[in-house]
Design a protein around this ligand. Structure first.
Ligand code: BTN
Length: 253
C-alpha cells in the first residue's frame, strides 16, 4: 500500500504501510532489528492477530488506527526515563486525539485512552532486550466503526470516534498527528521527564478514585492516591499504601 495523503508526506521515509498484517508490533520489531530509525512507523489498515496488554487479543478491524512506533535509545537513558515510556506515549496519544477531534481525552492508569470513561484506544509498549535498546510502542484507536465490529466480549465500556463524534475520520491526518505527538513526547521524556509526568498526572482520571488493580498474582483495592515519579500507582488500601508497578486497573467509583 502506498499512502498518498499529503498529511503523511513528512513521514514517508519512515513509514511502512500495509493493508493487512498479523500485528504491527511484530512488523515494527522486525524492522527495528534491520536498523529502522527512531520514529519509524509500521501501520496497517487491519490486523489479523492484534494484541493488547496482558497477552490479550486486540480486535483490529478496518476503520481503526493501528500502528507501532519504534523508539530507539541511542544512549543509556537517565534513571526514570525507561519506566515512563508507557506514560509518555499515553499523554502523546491523548493530546493528539484531543487536538484532532476536540473530544476530552483522558487516561486510565497506566495508559488506557478514554473518552467519557469509555475506552477509545490503548497503548502497548514492548521493550526489547537492552542489547538491542529499542522499544516498540503500539497504538490502537477505535475510529470508524461501531462497537459491533469489535466482536467478542468487551472488558470495559468501549467507544469509537464514530460513536462519539457522529462522523468518520480520515486516518492519515490522525496518524500524522499521533506520530508528531510521540516524536515530541519522547524528546520531552529524555530532556524533562518531570514535565511528562506533570502532563500525565493532569490527564489521569484514575487519581482520587476507588480502584481495583489486578497484578496477575494478586489484586489490591483502595483509593488511587498518586502516580509516583517512576510511573507506578500508589493505592491506599485498608492495610496501608501499596505501590503498584504494573497491573490492570478498574475504576470502582
Ligand atoms: C491495550 O491493551 O490497551 C493496548 C492495545 C494496543 C493495540 C495496538 S494496535 C497496533 C499495535 N499492534 C498490536 O498488535 N497491538 C498494538
Amino acid at each position: 500500500m502506498s499512502p498518498s495523503s499529503d498529511a503523511l508526506a513528512p513521514l514517508r521515509r519512515r513509514l511502512r504501510a500495509v493493508e493487512s498484517t498479523a500485528s504491527t508490533m511484530d512488523d515494527a520489531k522486525a524492522w527495528a532489528r534491520e536498523g529502522a530509525p527512531t520514529g519509524a512507523v509500521a501501520w496497517a489498515l487491519e490486523q489479523r492477530a492484534g494484541r493488547g496488554r496482558w497477552q490479550r487479543g486486540w480486535s483490529s478491524p478496518r476503520g481503526g488506527l493501528w500502528f507501532s512506533y519504534v523508539w530507539r535509545v541511542e544512549f543509556r537513558p537517565r534513571a526514570g526515563v525507561w519506566e515512563l515510556v508507557p506514560h509518555a506515549a499515553g499523554v502523546a496519544i491523548a493530546d493528539a486525539l484531543e487536538r484532532e477531534t476536540r473530544l476530552p481525552v483522558r487516561l486510565k492508569w497506566p495508559n488506557d485512552v478514554l473518552v467519557d470513561e469509555k475506552k477509545i484506544g490503548g497503548v502497548l509498549v514492548e521493550a526489547v532486550a537492552a542489547a538491542e535498546s529499542f522499544a516498540v510502542v503500539g497504538v490502537g484507536v477505535n475510529a470508524n466503526f461501531g462497537l459491533d465490529a469489535l466482536g467478542g466480549e468487551l472488558r470495559l465500556p468501549a467507544t469509537t470516534l464514530r460513536l462519539e463524534t457522529h462522523r468518520d475520520w480520515s486516518l492519515e491526518p490522525l496518524l500524522a498527528s499521533c506520530v508528531a505527538s510521540l516524536d515530541n513526547g519522547f524528546a520531552w521524556l529524555v530532556s524533562n521527564p518531570a514535565m511528562v509526568l506533570a502532563a500525565y498526572r493532569s490527564k489521569c482520571v484514575t487519581l482520587g478514585r476507588r480502584v481495583e488493580v489486578d497484578m496477575g498474582d494478586r489484586a489490591v483495592e483502595g483509593v488511587a492516591l498518586e502516580v509516583a515519579d517512576d510511573g507506578s500507582l500508589v493505592v491506599e488500601t485498608a492495610a496501608g499504601p501499596v505501590k503498584v508497578l504494573a497491573g490492570e486497573c478498574r475504576h470502582l467509583t
